[in-house]
Design a protein around this ligand. Structure first.
Ligand SMILES: Cc1cc2nc3c(=O)[nH]c(=O)nc-3n(C[C@H](O)[C@H](O)[C@H](O)COP(=O)(O)OP(=O)(O)OC[C@H]3O[C@@H](n4cnc5c(N)ncnc54)[C@H](O)[C@@H]3O)c2cc1C
Length: 371
């Protein structure tokens, strides 16, 4: 049996980022050995914020990503339900906000590949699928974490009855670094600019829809799907054609009743799940990583890694931002799903007002850049 300081369960981006961050402190860390390129089929692209980018840069992972796997977002257009005359609109611009980019769209499979490659070469990191003995066990198994359930930690989960349909698209005009999002009750559709498969003219699609409609669109032939897409986007991003298969993710909001105990701690989706409409799930998970790594690095020399007092410092710091993001995404979803005409009008007028109020927009951008 391998004896290590920290054993991390899970093979996603949060587990591997944390493994790299802790190994850099000289701790002996175990991560599961997973088959190479296991995530090659992931069609998603993550919108990552500046804090996530800073963390991945410090782990030497960001600069190892292929150039066409990372696309900066310079502008973002958000549209409310446009079926009435007050259809609201919000525009964000990196230039106006005084930031380098609003977000970076990163190919999910390439991020996994870069993390797993870095882990193979990191000193102090053991890739081991067998039994390991560790002072601290980190549960980073994603939303269906078996180890969390085995510990008896309650995971309060509410299904949205929605499925996110993801696919890669080609456009017949350049994306120009513009992300677009439509809130068309009850759908939320996002086009995230990407440079692959076609440089300057591809998008990652995330289309959240009620379950039945999502299943119909997942099974529709390519022409019918592209027609539905054209109607939903109104041609704003040009003519869009499928450039990949389609995949669906059932959506829910969830959070663990507690984040740590003696000798164990939860991070990433194993701890909290949010709707992808704001593209914040992995940003929250990477902020967990940065916080836990900092708390561990700053522990008193005599304090053990398993000490719950130490782990509670991490839990206290992460409780507020993760709850706030869950409330924000959930609130937005309900606000845009409302069928009440008065509320819809108020919402759309609010968006239009906000669109002209630069300081508040700057505040919103700053929050999104630093989950
Ligand atoms: C459609 C969609 C779009 C999204 N877009 C964005 C976005 O734009 N920006 C953003 O920040 N977030 C986004 N998210 C959220 C993001 O995908 C998650 O927050 C993120 O993947 C969580 O990472 P994780 O490592 O905690 O969990 P996961 O990605 O779920 O990884 C955990 C992995 O560990 C494996 N595993 C479980 N148990 C074990 C074990 N014992 N040993 C080995 N492996 C194990 C699981 O099978 C899983 O593959 C999106 C989500 C969806 C569904």
């Amino acid at each position: 049996m391998n004896a290590v300081d920290v054993s991390i369960l899970g093979s996603g981006p949060v587990a591997f980022s944390l493994g790299l961050a802790l190994a850099r402190q000289g701790l002996r860390v175990a991560l599961p050995r997973v088959p190479p390129l296991a995530a090659a089929g992931d069609l998603r692209a993550y919108a990552l914020n500046a804090a996530a980018r800073t963390l991945l840069k410090s782990l030497k992972v960001w600069d190892a990503l292929p150039a066409d796997a990372v696309t900066p977002v310079y502008d973002m257009h958000v549209e409310g339900d446009g079926s009435d005359q007050t259809g609201g609109r919000l525009d964000f611009s990196a230039w106006q906000q005084g930031v380098e980019a609003l977000a970076w769209i990163v190919d999910a499979a390439e991020l996994d590949r870069a993390l797993h490659t870095a882990a193979r070469f990191a000193p102090h990191l053991v890739l081991d699928s067998g039994d390991v003995k560790a002072a601290l066990t980190v549960l980073a198994e994603g939303k269906d974490s078996a180890a969390r359930d085995a510990l008896g930690v309650r995971f309060e989960r509410h299904g949205y009855g929605q499925v996110a349909v993801a696919a890669r698209l080609r456009a017949d005009k350049p994306h120009a670094g513009v992300a677009r999002q439509w809130f068309r009750s009850p759908d939320v559709l996002a086009l995230l600019p990407l440079d692959r498969p076609q440089p300057q003219a591809s998008y990652a699609l995330v289309w959240s829809l009620p379950g039945e409609r999502a299943q119909a669109l997942l099974q529709a032939d390519d022409a019918a799907f592209e027609q539905a897409l054209a109607e939903a986007t109104g041609g704003a991003a040009g003519r869009l054609a499928l450039a990949s298969a389609r995949a669906g993710w059932p959506l829910s909001i969830a959070r663990a009743e507690r984040l740590c105990g003696a000798g164990w701690v939860l991070v990433g989706d194993a701890a909290h799940v949010v709707h992808p409409l704001a593209g914040q799930g992995l940003n929250l998970g990477l902020a967990d990583v940065a916080t836990l790594a900092r708390v561990i690095a700053g522990r008193e020399p005599w304090r053990r890694l398993s000490d719950e007092v130490l782990l509670r410092r991490y839990a206290r710091e992460r409780a507020l931002p993760t709850q706030a993001m869950a409330r924000l995404t959930d609130g937005l979803l309900h606000l845009f799903a409302t069928e009440q005409p008065a509320l819809r009008e108020l919402r759309n007028r609010g968006m239009t007002l906000l669109n002209h109020f630069a300081p508040l927009k700057r505040l919103l951008t700053a929050r999104a850049l630093d989950a």
